[in-house]
Design a protein around this ligand. Structure first.
Ligand code: GAP
Length: 488
């Protein structure tokens, strides 16, 4: 645990020093669980979004996009069930004034104290599960009392009763408005417009990337649990009788997508079926990733059936239906819902390495997948004299509209390499005295640190081939074709 928190402190500091993530409003003391993306952070984040967007809307000709507003009519949230049911359990500690989720308090207590008593552990967890199922808040409180669970800091048991806490942020603007807690409702409420304007036929999907907001009262682990975050969601509308087929397809598709990021091997991921379903879901599965603090959810795949469209039909009194093959019906929905910031954290934490070099020195290197790196290549002059700067600047300016590059001459070549390692730049090209004679430069690879000479004319082709999206998109496309061949 100590090792993990040391690594996490190092990660947070690295993210700030190298312009990836800054605490929001830092000059005013910051804001709990809200973060800003710096110059390199925004590039990495945009690359992740582009990869997801292309994987959805380029590789599947039956998935289209939408960008709906964050503020929506408040009836949307009554229809979706979020006003009544988007709640977490909450318990306050009267001495420390801290808030906790009671089920987490119990789970963590049991994990720590009944390590050698699996029977007791099982018994308590099953009682907790039953109480959660029955929504018996009284019994959960009794469990906390029976186990004598104390506040971790004050070591006292001065707890309030357990109550429900709605996770939506409410804005007073004459009428109540809500900051959306998921992007999905923007898809459901635009369903009719999209079907009509894009002539979509079942099965088809609608993808959206956008901000969501949740009033997380226990916000921790950096980007893992934030109050303002981004989601990349896709709602796939299907025939009701094809629910299982598409639910299984999207679980497999999304796992394959994560594996193509090469953040680890198959053992870095696990698919877990939900024990407690969200109020809208009739089946749910999480893709969990092995973060530095253990396996945790990174993406949810849900079957929402006709829950949302049916409720919107009822609340809006408008027909939200598909008319196809002489049938008139409300389609079912399979949803894939990925947290962009959570994925950013997964990518950043699994790429950040401290490596011991042959000369005994340590280098810090961010081994990002090449196609996601914020900067694709750096161009340096070996020294700032004898016309080397001019040649390096010309190479940079000739290529800068094709690739995201940097030109740097501010430090010695060794320090320039280290800086690019730290931000994850896959290639550095150095102009030296041989460049004047042979039109060649030194190409240095981030991961192997190997250097070789290549002709100036080859630079752009190498950057495109090695750092573009095409290679990885092609692999995913093969998977999609394979599935279509056997199932459709
Ligand atoms: N539309 C369904 C939905 O929102 P969810 O399981 O509540 O489902 C989906 O959220 C994903 O959104 C999660 O797997 C996670 O990656 C991300 N997410 C949820 N709450 C988050 C938070 N407070 N901070 C960062 N990411 C979050």
């Amino acid at each position: 645990m100590k090792k993990c928190s040391y690594f996490f402190d190092f990660l947070i500091s690295h993210a700030k020093v190298y312009g990836f993530i800054f605490p929001s409003s830092e000059i005013y003391g910051g804001l709990n669980a809200i973060y800003d993306y710096g110059p390199h952070g925004v590039e990495l984040k945009n690359n992740i979004k582009e990869f997801w967007w292309k994987s959805m809307t380029l590789l599947h000709e039956n998935i289209v996009g939408v960008d709906s507003s964050i503020l929506m009519h408040s009836d949307v949230w009554h229809a979706s069930g979020h006003v009544d049911k988007f709640n977490e359990l909450l318990i306050d500690h009267k001495d420390s004034k801290k808030r906790y989720r009671p089920e987490i308090l119990i789970q963590e207590y049991v994990k720590k104290n009944f390590l050698n008593n699996p029977k007791k552990k099982e018994e308590i967890l099953s009682r907790l599960s039953q109480s959660l199922e029955k929504k018996d808040l009284g019994d959960i409180k009794v469990l906390i009392d029976e186990l004598c669970i104390c506040d971790p800091v004050f070591k006292t048991k001065n707890w309030t009763d357990i109550r429900h806490f709605n996770m939506m942020f409410k804005i007073k603007n004459g009428k109540d408005l809500y900051l959306r807690p998921e992007t999905a409702q923007g898809v459901f409420s635009n369903f009719h417009n999209i079907v009509k304007s894009s002539r979509m036929k079942i099965p088809f999907g609608i993808a959206q990337i956008g901000k969501s907001f949740r009033n997380e009262f226990i916000a921790r682990r950096f980007l893992f649990r934030m109050r303002e975050f981004e989601q990349m969601e896709m709602q796939f509308f299907i025939l009701p009788e094809e629910e299982i087929k598409w639910y299984e397809y999207w679980k497999e598709n999304r796992l394959k997508w994560h594996l193509e990021l090469k953040l680890g091997d198959k053992t870095s991921y696990q698919l877990c079926d939900h024990d407690h379903l969200s109020h809208y879901a009739s089946a749910g599965s999480d893709i969990e990733f092995h973060f530095p603090f253990g396996f945790q959810e990174i993406e949810g795949i849900h079957s929402r059936r006709d829950f949302d469209l049916k409720n919107h039909e009822f609340f809006s009194k408008k027909k939200i239906r598909i008319f196809e093959w002489k049938k008139n019906y409300i389609p079912y929905v399979i949803e894939t819902s990925l947290g962009l910031d959570r994925l950013f954290l997964a990518i950043f934490s699994s790429s950040l390495k401290k490596e011991k070099l042959k000369n005994g020195k340590i280098r810090i290197v961010l081994k990002l997948p090449y196609f996601l790196s914020p900067i694709k290549a750096a161009i340096f002059p070996l020294v700032r004299k004898d016309g080397l700067q001019e040649i390096a600047k010309k190479i940079f300016h000739d290529m800068k509209i094709h690739h995201r590059l940097v030109y740097d001459e501010k430090e010695s070549i060794g320090k320039l390499y280290r800086r690019q390692d730290a931000i994850g730049t896959p290639f550095c090209f150095t102009v030296d005295y041989d460049t004047i004679k042979t039109d060649t430069v030194t190409m240095r690879n981030r991961d192997s640190m190997e250097q070789k000479r290549i002709h100036i004319k080859e630079i752009s082709k190498i950057i495109k081939q090695e750092t573009g999206f095409e290679k990885v998109l092609k692999k995913l496309y093969h998977f999609i074709l394979f599935f279509s061949y056997f199932s459709l």
